[in-house]
Design a protein around this ligand. Structure first.
Ligand code: UD2
Length: 310
């Protein structure tokens, strides 16, 4: 198949690109390199075309969507706190960017669009685990943007026959997640600091829970979402179905790294949700997904990978 991956040089996008290239597909990675990096695609550099462009650039997207069978739309500003501070910018990238992708898909006859949605759409509804049938209650601009995008996908499926599938990622972690900014995913920051012997900051008491999911599982969910027939217009949780507090996470990291990590507490972050855990029965039943790599095994792989590179 001919495939376009927006955000293809980013953390999750580059893992999707690698898998697709290995399966023999013709893949273009579309990325403005704002957080993505050329070296993320080093392992497949000779087999993939990297298009340096922005999802806000509708004509470019339209051009590169031509002839594609599938688009994986991973490009986004992914930080909840960044969206709280810069809601106009994240609106433009996360909502207008998705609309541009969908418009290009419709115009160019792309069969299917698979979208990187987020568990942030659920907000702080105390009911756990989160099921796809629950009423979304986003608590941040980011959550609104992912939910709005998902609604666009569903309507595009109904109105224009573009088959769309929305994957509501829980907290994805793994190799190539960049620890370099305060907006980075918590596992990338904690692992990086633990390996450097530095301390970490916990926003709040550390009792907040997340359903951490290894990136390899997320790639598998994406491939299934692109190839399973009869699921157009649907949305699925992608997690492990297990919850971990930040304190438990740190204990596990300390055990694998073999040293203690100093912990400092700071006030909770604005827009943060307290509890998050996925019900993954729908994606198991309909896409045949299973979280093959658990959190501890994922952490072991990530830590081994970083040690090897240093
Ligand atoms: C993550 C994703 C987001 C979305 C969501 C789905 C990232 C950067 N964000 O948002 O895109 O898909 O999951 O649920 O991947 N924390 C600390 N210390 C730190 C950093 C974070 O205590 O140094 C806390 C933070 O306040 C929060 C938790 O760790 O309570 C997770 O933070 P995060 O930024 O990794 O992820 P989240 O859940 O905001």
């Amino acid at each position: 198949m001919k495939i376009l991956v927006t955000g293809g040089a980013g953390f999750i996008g580059s893992h999707i690109v690698e898998r697709l290239v290995r399966e023999g597909h013709e893949v273009k990675a579309y990325d403005n390199l704002s957080s993505g990096k050329r070296e993320n695609l080093a392992a497949v550099a000779s087999d993939v075309e990297l298009v340096e462009a922005d999802v806000r650039d509708a004509p470019q997207l339209d051009f590169y969507a031509a002839g594609c069978d599938v688009i994986f739309h991973e490009a986004a500003v992914v930080s909840v706190p960044y969206s709280v501070e810069h809601p106009q910018e994240t609106h433009d990238v996360n909502i207008q960017g998705t609309l541009n992708v969908l418009h290009a898909a419709k115009r160019r006859g792309v069969k299917r669009v698979v979208f990187a949605c987020s568990a942030a759409i659920y907000g702080d509804d105390p009911e756990m685990p989160k099921r796809e049938t629950m009423r979304p209650q986003p608590m941040s601009p980011y959550g609104i943007e992912k939910l709005t995008s998902e609604y666009y996908l569903s309507v595009w499926s109904q109105l224009y026959g573009v088959e769309t599938v929305s994957l509501r990622y829980f907290n994805v972690f793994g190799e190539r997640q960049d620890p370099g900014s305060p907006y980075s995913g918590v596992i990338s920051i904690f692992v990086d600091r633990a390996l450097r012997g530095a301390g970490v900051t916990l926003f709040g008491d550390g009792g907040q829970t997340r359903d951490f999911v290894y990136v390899g599982n997320v790639v598998d969910a994406n491939v299934r979402a692109a190839t399973t027939p009869g699921v157009a217009g649907r949305a699925y949780n992608v997690g492990c179905g297990d919850k971990t507090t930040l304190l438990q996470l740190l204990d596990t990291i300390e055990r694998i790294v073999g040293s203690k990590v100093e912990r400092t507490h700071a006030p909770p972050r604005a827009g943060d949700i307290r509890e998050s855990i996925a019900d993954i029965s729908k994606i198991r039943a309909e896409l045949g997904y299973t979280p093959a790599v658990g959190v501890e095994e994922g952490l072991r792989r990530l830590i081994a990978h970083i040690k090897e590179r240093r």
